[in-house]
Design a protein around this ligand. Structure first.
Ligand code: HPA
Length: 236
């Protein structure tokens, strides 16, 4: 037990899906998992464990942003012993090639956050996904005929930039950064620090270049496809 998590040792499976939204964690547990049991509800940051195709797996919300995610992820790894952490989220698009509903599988995560700098001194650490999880997610997306892109994701601390639209992203789109969310750089850094596996898969829901946006209906079907893909990867 921690100040943020009242789960007992063994309540979590070794693999977890990490949505930002607590109600999405509940939806994943109720929609996809068998025998799902609530293991954490501190601050309503809900966590569940159940089974998917007979294999034990958990889902735990992280809240929005890298400080919040870092607390949950640090404890899932160091207090509860988790080994495989897959963030499932939505992201903005920074490249017109990526269409709404497409998956972005984050090979690396660029950030404007100081959170990754902690302890690195003069070095710029490059947060990257676990290669095995990345390959598995890309292979399964290919098999299922899903549209996906493997590339560099921006994990920003800022949702509402002073300069609206693309202006807030500077040279990043010109350097292969294709999506923006708020969590993955911290996730990948913690996974590297504690020698566990991590991956982010996001559905692109709003393109900052074309202003295309997903409808509420499309959001639900796309998220379903993404969650079942990630459950397959987590329990492979
Ligand atoms: N930034 C911009 N657009 C987004 C984000 C984000 O973090 N997440 C989903 N759409």
């Amino acid at each position: 037990m921690t100040p943020h998590n009242h789960a007992k040792p063994g309540d979590y499976a070794e693999a977890v899906l990490l949505p930002g939204d607590p109600l999405r964690a509940k939806w994943v547990a109720e929609t996809f998992l068998k025998d799902a049991k609530l293991v954490n509800s501190v601050r309503n940051c809900l966590g569940y464990t159940g089974t998917w195709n007979g294999k034990r797996v958990s889902v735990q919300a992280t809240g929005m942003g890298q400080p919040s995610l870092s607390i949950y992820v640090h404890e899932l790894i160091n207090v509860y012993g988790l080994k495989t952490l897959i963030r499932i989220g939505t992201c903005g698009g920074l490249n017109a090639r990526v269409k709404v509903r497409d998956l972005i599988i984050a090979q690396a995560a660029t950030t404007d956050s100081t959170i990754v700098k902690d302890g690195f001194g003069a070095f710029n650490f490059a947060p990257i996904a676990d290669y095995g999880l990345l390959r598995s997610a890309a292979d399964k997306a290919e098999e299922k005929g899903m549209r996906y892109h493997v590339g560099n994701m921006l994990s920003s601390d800022i949702f509402y930039h002073v300069e609206p639209g693309m202006a807030g992203y500077g040279r990043l789109p010109g350097h292969g950064v294709i999506g923006v969310e708020m969590e993955s750089a911290a996730l990948y850094t913690l996974a590297a620090r504690f020698d566990v596996k991590a991956l982010t898969v996001c559905t692109m829901t709003d393109c900052l270049v074309t202003h295309q946006e997903i409808s509420a209906e499309e959001r639900q079907t796309s998220l379903k496809d993404m969650v079942s893909l990630c459950l397959d990867v987590a329990t492979a």
